[in-house]
Ligand binder design. Structure first.
Ligand SMILES: [Ca+2]
Ligand SMILES: [Ca+2]
Length: 118
């Protein structure tokens, strides 16, 4: 009886995971992680200023919000998928731009450095 109970509890715990499996998006999630890493790397190198970092964080949040909206009803239409993809593309582009513009803080003193783009 005990083992059956355990198995049942185990099954109950797994059900939401199984249901969720239909709408998980490994490629999307991986890309979100990659973009987080790119931002992180920009902070570490100083190619992103604190201000740019805050903006890009907001961008990440925006993409996550779009994802939540898209998946809220459990189905993803082709338009929704395209919308999500677009949001991620825009964010990816923004990360690139902010990391390669003239605002940087290579000496990490919290101030934007003057000088050449790297
Ligand atoms: Ca920058
Ligand atoms: Ca600086």
């Amino acid at each position: 009886m005990k083992t059956i109970g355990k198995a049942f509890v185990g099954l109950c715990l797994m059900l939401p995971l199984l249901a969720g499996a239909q709408v998980t998006t490994p490629r999307f999630d991986q890309r979100q992680i990659n973009q987080e890493n790119r931002i992180e790397q920009g902070n570490a190198s100083g190619s992103l200023t604190a201000r740019e970092d805050r903006r890009l964080d907001k961008g990440q949040q925006h993409v996550a919000n779009v994802e939540t909206r898209v998946y809220s009803d459990g189905t993803v239409t082709r338009q929704e998928r395209a919308k999500l993809h677009h949001a991620q593309e825009v964010q990816s582009h923004n990360i690139y731009r902010q990391k390669h513009d003239y605002q940087h803080d290579y000496n990490h003193n919290g101030r934007v450095d003057r000088g050449q783009r790297r």
